[in-house]
Design a binder for this molecule. Sequence first.
Ligand code: F6R
Length: 256
Amino acid sequence: MSKLAARGRMINGMSVLVYEDSKALYSDAIRPLFGMLRNGNGHPTFGFATGGTFLPFYRAVVSEFGRNGDSFRKARAFNLDEYWRIDPKNPGSYAFYMHSNLYSHIDMGPGMAQLPRGNAEDPRAEARGYEGRIRKAGDVDLQYLGIGRNGHIGFNEPGTSFRSKTHLVKLSPRTREANSQYFSNGDMPRKALTMGINTILRSREIVLIATGEEKSAAVMKALQGPVSPRTPASALRLHSRATFMLDEEAASMLRR
Ligand code: F6R
């Protein structure tokens, strides 16, 4: 990652990069992904996130793909989460988000990009099946994460066990409020399927991106508060290859 654009430091064993310029942040964030496409193990498995933080990320991926013609044909991807009781054609679904922001623009092979199925008949069976498919793929090589204002990763809300696998969750009022902008007339689902914290921690490398002042308290708690299920993102301190990529606003509450 470019050393010039970012100020880097270690905080409680975690590598933290702070960017003045969000364009530089996103162009660094896509680097490990294209690195794996170019020279990795040949068949990388990516873990993808959605949400506002990742819109500029996928724009950067699509534009780099257009420039260099790197192929995703040998890659595989699993998304972190999907709402429960949602059709993939619903514009608020993460399946729709991934298709319109990434998959319709790149050459990932059919069936190689998966999300938990938000319209599966039995959510518990779907969660078990999804976890099984991730394991069968050899777990995720490079997992991207955002962070919720309450410190969630994926939809692992405060209080979730660090041993959790893919499971059905009830969304917290705070998360529902933050995400209701993507749904019209109170359609916002109450539940979601999410990779668990254990699923995430099994990834070989993790990059968490946070931008904006509204994430600063969660970032501070994750990096400098206790490692505790009360702040799910603090679990990343148990991982040996996790990096936080932050803009100045998201880093603004970090103590020296
Ligand atoms: C999305 C996800 C969530 C978001 C988080 C931040 O797949 O798993 O954890 O990353 O809620 O969302 P934004 O970026 O919209 O603030």
